[in-house]
Write a protein that binds this ligand. Sequence first.
Ligand code: APR
Ligand code: ZN
Ligand code: ZN
Length: 368
Amino acid sequence: MPKAAVCEAVGSPISVQDVDLADPKAGEVRIRTRAAGVCHSDLSVQNGTLLQPIPAVLGHEGAGVVEQIGDGVQGLEVGDHVVVSWVPQCGECFFCSRSEPELCEVGFEALMTGGLLDGTARFSRGGEPLLQMAAAGLFSEETIVPAIGAVKIDQEIPFSSAALIGCGVLTGFGAAVNTADIAQGDNVVVLGCGGVGLNVIQGANHAGAGRVIAVDMLDSKLDLAQQFGATDIVNPTEVDATQRVMELTGGRGADVAFEVIGLEATIEQTLAMTRRGGQAVLVGVPDMEATIEVNPSMEFLVGEKQVRGCWYGSSNTHHDVPMLAALYKDGKLKLDELVSAKITLDEVNEAFTAIENGAVARSVITFD
Ligand code: APR
Ligand code: ZN
Ligand code: ZN
């Protein structure tokens, strides 16, 4: 009977309790969770920003060890270390065969239902089914995920660092390297330097950006941004951020601007900071009812700006997870520095408060 952190209702504190976990069905694996990052999107389910069926076991960013294999699973063995993907990618559907696996039809279905690929979850309590966030449910000592959502990694990578690859790193690094077209020497601006934004910064550097301007309202996050490779920092509580970005980019605006917060105002600001002909990449997840005001004539026609949505860093998890793990091993990707605090499962509500206060890049729940 694993202990799990359950979101019972929007606005209620997360409750940690013993739950039942069935055996894996065909094509599924049981994972002993070793580490799970507390991402803003977990908080967004609890506060109702992100619509995810509940009650559910939260947690969609994590790593662990394969404990049990369902029928027909190939390529994974008991004892393998894996990173869990919150978009299981089938490799065969319309989107997967067009190199857009982040939109995988099979994975998307699971994401929406709160179950696994057949729409049902493996958790329950008192005989009643209990859903699992994003085909994962990693805020639990054990979980069951689709085998196509578990990607094998090098056993030498610490679990607490590997866990972060599963959401924040794939999303942020991928936004810069996969979604955007960053050319050598480009001016880049990143609005929001949390766990995801810091990875956009390191991804932008990896892609060859020249100037990487970090914008955040907290000086502590701007310090971290510099550590992750930002060349310039802007605090919008002290200066007019758009004006400052214009000054730093020859009056034109950034070649590529990323929004990694998820607010209407900062999305509009991101577009304003993008140069004519540049790209605005939207990574943050706004409230489902959010709308933005945009002057299409000036921005899209005269300005020829592009807006790109970014889902899961446009990542191919089967390719990108091992690639990121290898970059980490070569000392070319910072993961350890993203871990602000290691906590226990019982401290998940405090970790949500820490996100709200902007106190952490990432809190990571470890299971020993
Ligand atoms: N202006 C500038 N910075 C802001 C503002 C603002 N108005 N509002 C918030 N921020 C900063 C915070 O100080 C924080 O550093 O944005 C950052 C957001 O970081 P986190 O809360 O750690 O969120 P993160 O996990 O990085 O996710 C960012 O991407 O995946 C999505 O759902 C996720 O929408 C969220 C976004
Ligand atoms: Zn996440
Ligand atoms: Zn697919």
